[in-house]
Each structure stands twice: as C-alpha cells, then as structure tokens.
Design a binder for this molecule. Structure first.
Ligand SMILES: [Zn+2]
Length: 187
C-alpha cells in the first residue's frame, strides 16, 4: 500500500469567490486497498463521493457522503461477504489546516483523497458479521472457535453441517459435490 499515490485535486476557486453558495461535487475514486482488520474496500473498487462544497471565509466546508462496498470476513463463521458502507462527511479545508482535524487548501485547490480515505476507514465495520444472527462455525467441526448462541438448533444450515461427518471413502451426499466430480471428468 503506497498510501500517497493518488490524489484528486478539485479547484475551489469558484467556491471561494462567493461565500454561502453551495457547489455540488460528485466523483468516483478508485484507490489502494483501505483495510481495518477483517474488512476492506479492495484496491480499485469504486468509492462514490457525493459532496457539497461551501466557502466560509478562506475555508471550504465539505458536507455529504462517501459510499463504498467493503469485502469482509465474518468474525463468527469466517465466511467472506460484501457490505455497503457509507460515511457522513462534514469536514473543513483551510489554508492553515490543523493536523488531524482539518484538511489543507492549497492554491485554491483541495485534494479529496485524504478525506475519502479517512472517511472510508472510519466507516468499516470493526467486527464484521455476515448477518446479525450468524450462528458461527459448526461447533463439532471447530470446537475451539465455537460460540453457542441461543436458537442455533433452529437453523437448518447448522443442523445439516453438524450431522455425522462424511467419510472420505464414501460417495459424497451433497449433489453439488457430484456436479463438481462431473466437471472434473469432463476435463
Ligand atoms: Zn457469519
């Protein structure tokens, strides 16, 4: 991750000319991977920027949203899944920015990439779940990792997974495996 490779420079000359006038800014960005733990917006996946820029004195206020789709691994069942994320933006660009609080405004231009990167990172789920009631892995197969939530037995998927293990020498029970075998024969 290079971190500083990209920039999207936006001229705010028109915005600064008249305070209080709202200027829409809609862009898409494709950045390096943005990751927090088990959730990431992959490199080169679209990040949709939908902002309104407005001048206050020598500063520019950006409000709006940044949206992306995060690729996550469920912390309970470890299965991968996609989750839309959206960050609400209210940030300030100014000629003398405060580190960690506002963003730089240089020669009547702003770079929205640092703002977008920060916003996406903050919007990523810290403990991603494929669904709110994910029962986790089958406890007989992964006893060390099993969480045992209530109502687990009611889930037909789990019931099926926790049945007797298929013997390696027996024909597979699941028709999907039979289809895979067929594919391999066709090669
Ligand atoms: Zn899950």
């Amino acid at each position: 991750m290079t971190g500083q490779r990209e920039s999207i420079l936006i001229s705010v000359a028109q915005v600064l000319r008249r305070a209080g006038v709202q200027h829409p800014l809609q862009r898409s960005a494709w950045l390096d991977e943005l990751r927090v733990g088990d959730a990431a917006v992959p490199a080169d996946s679209e990040i949709v920027i939908d902002l309104v820029l407005e001048a206050t004195g020598t500063a520019v206020v950006a409000t709006g949203t940044v949206r992306a789709v995060a690729s996550c691994n469920c912390r309970r069942c470890l299965e991968p899944f996609d989750q839309p994320v959206e960050a609400t933006i209210r940030e300030i660009f100014e000629p003398r920015p405060t580190e960690g609080e506002t963003y730089p405004l240089v020669s009547e231009h702003i770079d929205v990439v640092p703002l977008v990167r920060d916003a996406v990172l903050l919007s990523l789920p810290l403990a991603p779940l494929c669904r709110a009631d994910c029962p986790g892995p089958a406890p007989e197969r992964f006893p060390a990792m099993a969480e045992v939530p209530e109502g687990e037995a009611a889930d037909p998927e789990v019931g099926r997974e926790t049945e007797a293990q298929p013997d390696r020498n027996e024909p597979p029970r699941d028709p999907r495996w039979a289809a895979l075998d067929q594919l391999q024969l066709d090669r």
